[in-house]
Each structure stands twice: as C-alpha cells, then as structure tokens.
Design a protein around this ligand. Structure first.
Ligand SMILES: [Zn+2]
Length: 184
C-alpha cells in the first residue's frame, strides 16, 4: 500500500493521522451567570468566582429574586473577602423567598422561635412534674417510717433512730440512680 504525502505533512511513515485542527483562541467556559444572561464571560467577571458553570440553579435562583444587576452592584460595593459570604446569604434568602414569598427567611426564623418556645414550655412542665414526683416520694417514705415507728415498742425506738439515719443517707445517695431507673 502506498501513501501519498506532501513534503510538508510527512513526519513519519507510521503516523497517517489527520493534521491537528488549527489552534483556537483560548476561551474559558462561561460562568453560570454569564451563560444565563447570554453575555460574554470576561476574564475579570465579578460573578464567575461565585457562580461556577456546573451549578446554574444557584445563579438562576438569586437572579429571580434580586435581579442580576442588583447582584453585580452588591458585589462591587463589597471588599472581595466578603463577597462569597454575601453570595451565600443572597442565595439563601432567595431560596427562602421563593418558598415563602411573604416572609422569606424571617418566616423560617419565626417558625423556629415558636418551636423553641414550645419546647421550653414542655421542658418547664417536665421539670415541674419531676419536682412533684420527688416530693410525693419523700412524703410516702415519711409515711412508711412513721407507720413503722408507731408499730414498735419504745425500747426499739432508739435503734430505729440509728437505722433511720442510715436509711436517709442511703436514700440520698441512691435517689439519683433510682430516678434515672424510673425515667428509663
Ligand atoms: Zn461570568
């Protein structure tokens, strides 16, 4: 088999690959914002660092609520080290506003505040119930001891007094774990 090469394209007889395409001018893929806005993404595009081409929804959401020109204006007014946070906050607020067009993120905050209040109310009730049950327990123990005291003869009272002191100490030391057991 014979190949016919012109003198300028022959590099070696074993590489009959087609000539490489002419080099294109360097074009970075446009950021998500420029792609959506159908404009050329310039090298120093203010939006490019925060709206990468692989996450178009991020810009679309912020654009829908704030508008591209406002986003650009906000970012240009801020020092560069604060822009990423500003973009996160705008995207968060935009998402909240799409979910709740009236209150936005304030709606979420107020909802969570109500939840905190309700949980604090339940906690206070549970704590009151614990105190109530502890006092009932103490009252019942006192009744049991009194019952026992009355059923004893006078000469047993002295030794019972010592027992009571021991019992009280024992209860003080073990009431905590007893309650843990009850609550489990
Ligand atoms: Zn861009």
């Amino acid at each position: 088999m014979e190949y016919c090469y012109s003198d300028t394209t022959i590099t070696s007889p074993s590489s009959p690959s087609p000539p490489p395409p002419p080099p294109l001018p360097h074009v970075a893929s446009p950021c998500a914002a420029c792609k959506i806005l159908r404009r050329r993404c310039v090298e120093k595009c203010v939006l490019a660092p925060y709206f990468p081409p692989n996450d178009p929804l991020k810009f679309a959401t912020a654009h829908r609520v704030f508008g591209a020109s406002n986003i650009i204006k906000f970012l240009q007014e801020l020092p560069e080290d604060q822009r990423a946070d500003a973009v996160s906050s705008m995207v968060y607020e935009a998402n909240a506003r799409l979910r709740d067009p009236v209150y936005g993120s304030a709606g979420t905050i107020s909802q969570l505040q109500n939840q905190v209040n309700e949980l604090q109310r339940q906690l206070a009730m549970a704590q009151a119930e614990i105190v109530n049950m502890q006092s009932q327990q103490a009252y019942l123990m006192a009744l049991i001891w009194m019952e026992k005291w009355h059923s004893m003869s006078p000469h047993q009272h002295l030794s019972y007094d010592n027992d009571c002191q021991t019992n009280t100490r024992f209860l003080d030391e073990n009431l905590g774990s007893l309650w843990e057991h009850v609550w489990k």
